[in-house]
Design a protein around this ligand. Structure first.
Ligand SMILES: Cc1ncc(C[n+]2csc(CCOP(=O)(O)OP(=O)(O)O)c2C)c(N)n1
Ligand SMILES: [Mg+2]
Length: 424
């Protein structure tokens, strides 16, 4: 044992300190994304969907891109989609954008308490709906409304849920926008972030145990990857070779926290799959063709029992987190415009025009048609009521649909609540 003073031997060591990540730009700054490495469209290799997971791992730091600056499709990931499917995707993306704008406005008009847009991220959910089968099950977060719209769920029913009115199939029990529809392969949205991953893995395990043919896709954001649920799900997915697709929508922000707070300064989100031995793709989320191709690839892999895939969709949340958020308080207002991967709707439109399959006149007609459809749906929904009109006239419904046989203490509470309502 040394008889030296322990304090003296430590004297030259640096004082321990922590690093608290800070975004590069704050309000008032001029954002410059020229530091981002954006590979040319078509440059990423495409391994066979049955390849060993390790073969995909170089793609965890690459970026799968198909649509080039010339608006043409390039390289081995070009999914060679029929123009009819591309036009349907474009229509759905435009409808999502119109729907978002109308519902945002409805919240501002006091017709509902809350709304969340997916502006700038439309390609991710719309291409996923096109790439997977109708009966595969999605475990979405609150920014994949495009899945329901693309699968033909009635816009009016979505709005009734947002207004918590008489047409709301969830009877006002979920926060506005937290839809649920088993028949459309859309699992109930959970407000507890991160749960979508273990739920998707569990559902896909059950599908395999039952000898089913359906696969699952789980959705979380960059921020939610910091939850423990992310890691439990990845472990189960890897260990049991689960037929699941795990999507991380990296839109750079988690409310006012930038992606660095969830670890993006150290590694890409796609790289996290490497440590689990899970196949991994990092994809330009504003490129509808690349998104479609990546999900098709992962679905082929899952359906052939070749294993799970984690996909990072690299995109940008172009507007506020929700109607309760004001992003001008924490990021430059010009950041969305400066985002180098462009706008997903404009990119798909330009591609169809470059193919000779679309033009401005048809596009204006499509936008007008989406507008008419959304307005018509809103008219019907508002006839069934808006949120502030919802009174306490249906207290009994609060106690329904939970227990097959109502336990005595719940029955007591129901009786007390009804008696109190009668007295008022
Ligand atoms: C377990 C949990 N923690 C915190 C919250 C509050 N919260 C709601 S949305 C959000 C940000 C999520 O960001 P991200 O995962 O990047 O998804 P995005 O909103 O960008 O789509 C937070 C912190 C929550 N709903 N659940
Ligand atoms: Mg985010």
């Amino acid at each position: 044992m040394s008889d030296k003073d322990p304090e003296a031997t430590r004297a030259n060591r640096p004082v321990l300190e922590l690093h608290v990540p800070e975004p590069r730009y704050r309000p008032g700054d001029t954002p410059d994304f020229s530091n981002l490495v954006i590979p040319a469209a078509g440059s990423a290799p495409r391994p066979d969907p049955s390849a060993a997971a390790a073969r995909t791992h170089p793609l965890a730091t690459d970026l799968v891109r198909v649509l080039g600056d010339d608006d043409q499709a390039h390289g081995p990931w070009d999914p060679k989609v029929d123009p009819d499917i591309l036009r349907k995707m474009l229509k759905d993306m435009v409808t999502v954008r119109v729907f978002d704008d109308r519902m945002y406005r409805a919240q501002r008009q006091g017709k509902t308490s809350f709304y969340m847009k997916c502006t700038g991220e439309e390609a991710v959910a719309i291409a996923a709906a096109a790439a997977l089968d109708r009966d595969d099950m999605h475990f979405p977060s609150y920014r994949q409304q495009g899945l329901l719209i693309a699968r033909g769920y009635p816009l009016t029913t979505m709005m009734c849920q947002i207004y918590s009115n008489a047409g709301d199939p969830l009877k006002g029990r979920q926060l506005p926008i937290m839809y649920s529809d088993k028949a459309h392969g859309f699992f109930s949205i959970s407000g507890n972030l991160g749960t979508q991953f273990p739920q998707a893995v569990g559902w896909a395990m059950a599908a395999a145990i039952k000898g089913d043919h359906r696969i699952a896709m789980g959705w979380i954001g960059d921020g939610a990857t910091a939850e423990g649920d992310f890691h439990s799900a990845m472990t189960f997915a890897a260990v049991y070779n689960v037929p699941v697709i795990l999507a991380v929508v990296n839109n750079q922000w988690a409310i006012s926290s930038f992606s660095g707070i969830a670890g993006a300064e150290r590694a890409t989100f796609a790289q996290r799959a490497v440590g689990y031995g899970i196949a991994s793709l990092r994809v330009d989320g504003n490129d509808a063709l690349a998104v479609y191709a990546a999900i098709k690839w992962a679905s082929e892999r899952a359906r052939a029992n070749d294993g799970p895939t984690m996909i990072e969709f690299f995109t940008y949340r172009a507007e506020g987190h929700s109607t309760s958020d004001d992003p001008t308080g924490y990021r430059p207002a010009s950041e969305a415009k400066a985002w180098p991967l462009g706008d997903p709707v404009e990119r798909l439109k330009a591609h169809l025009i470059a193919l000779g399959e679309w033009d401005e006149v048809r596009h204006s007609a499509l936008a007008a048609q989406s507008d008419v459809e959304v307005r018509a749906a809103q008219k019907v929904a508002e006839k069934l009521g808006i949120l502030p009109q919802q009174g306490k006239d249906n207290i009994e419904s609060m106690f329904e649909d939970v227990y097959a046989e109502v336990p005595w203490h719940i029955a007591e509470q129901r009786a007390a609540a009804l008696a109190e309502a009668k007295d008022k």
